[in-house]
Design a protein around this ligand. Structure first.
Ligand code: PHE
Length: 348
């Protein structure tokens, strides 16, 4: 009995001094590796505390409980201390500017994508190229000859009012082209028919903006010249273009219109795809949206381009690409396209 009591007292004092020792070592540990060593020394499989717990079997039951409880308390106490110290390490590491947690999932780089107008332009170019059309470009700063005169729009003709023009304070009354049609003349001056071409590009108009109007537009001019060119031929090409562009059958109609550089002239409207023809802000509640002007090339335009109107026939069109984009993506306000609003753009 005497001996057992002594044994118990021994274990208790062991625990006391282990506590002091271990606490000190935990405090002193300056990195994780050291801390792990301390853990192993006291709480590991072969550790001091474990040793005390194991030797409990050698003392009588009534004392065993008491010492066991103390040993377990010490064990919990040290575990807690070690955890605390560990998290303080992590905290100070995180506070260091150059600290890098390599276990964090990586940040995805933000990838941009093509603007809806660019997507629509590319698609249009692709379709016409497949039908044998060349894609060409022309200047955004034009002169009055190409923008108006050569297109059969004389100086005093009221038709000039159709295109509200931005004139530049440069020599020779240069201007921002109001349409891509000047390129009909530019192209025919340099190329001998038969010819087929399109000209995509920005055009500018001095006008108030609303749901369907912008002062900067994206047009695609088209021109086909050959011996036997007719309106049905034009309709077939446009129908095919719509089919491939919208990837389905869409209804469109030609109605008589007036342009000085085409005769006869017509406008092309299509069923509004935003409201499926029911009527909405995009189509001014009519169910139809004008998407292009077109017609058979006027003899004077041939003449002004150096071609004989008796020899050649042709048709031309000018599509508003913004409007095609509105139809394709069901956008009910043309102004969104150039708003630069990422919430809008990220949808495409
Ligand atoms: N240039 C005309 C416009 O901008 C459209 C058009 C092009 C009409 C070609 C006829 C032929 O309104």
């Amino acid at each position: 009995m005497q001996l057992n009591n002594k044994r118990m007292e021994q274990l208790k004092s062991d625990l006391k001094s282990l506590k002091v020792e271990a606490k000190l070592e935990i405090e002193k540990a300056e990195d994780l590796a050291k801390l792990n060593q301390v853990f192993k020394k006291y709480l590991g499989k072969e550790g001091e505390i474990t040793r005390v717990l194991r030797s409990l079997g050698s003392i009588p039951k009534q004392n065993r409980m008491k010492v066991g409880r103390e040993a377990n308390e010490l064990k919990n106490f040290l575990e807690k201390k070690i955890e605390e110290k560990k998290s303080s390490f992590v905290k100070t590491m995180e506070n260091r500017k150059d600290w890098l947690d390599v276990t964090l999932p990586g940040k995805k780089p933000v990838l941009g994508h093509l603007h809806p107008l660019t997507q629509v332009r590319k698609k249009t170019e692709e379709i016409f190229q497949m039908m044998g059309f060349s894609v060409v470009e022309g200047p955004e700063i034009e002169n009055e000859w190409y923008n108006f005169d050569a297109l059969n729009i004389p100086k005093d003709h009221p038709a000039r009012d159709l295109w509200d023009t931005f004139y530049l304070k440069l020599k020779d009354r240069q201007l921002l082209r109001t349409h891509t049609s000047p390129n009909q003349v530019r192209y025919m001056e340099k190329h001998q028919p038969p010819l087929r071409m399109i000209v995509p590009g920005n055009v500018f108009r001095h006008e108030a903006t609303d749901f369907r109007h912008e002062f900067q537009l994206f047009q695609v001019e088209g021109l086909m010249v050959d011996k036997d060119i007719s309106v049905p031929n034009f309709k077939a090409i446009i129908g095919e273009f719509f089919r491939r562009f919208f990837e389905k059958e869409v209804q469109f109609r030609l109605r008589p219109d007036f342009f000085p550089f085409t005769e006869p002239s017509f406008d092309i409207s299509m069923t509004c795809l935003v409201c499926k023809g029911r009527g909405c802000s995009a189509c001014k509640k009519t169910g139809w949206l004008e998407v292009a002007g077109a017609g058979m090339v006027h003899p004077n335009v041939f003449k002004n381009s150096g071609l004989d109107p008796k020899e050649w026939k042709g048709w031309a069109f000018g599509f508003g690409l913004d409007r095609l984009a509105m139809m394709k993506y069901k956008i009910n306000d043309i102004r969104l396209l150039r708003s630069g609003d990422l919430r809008f753009l990220q949808q495409f």
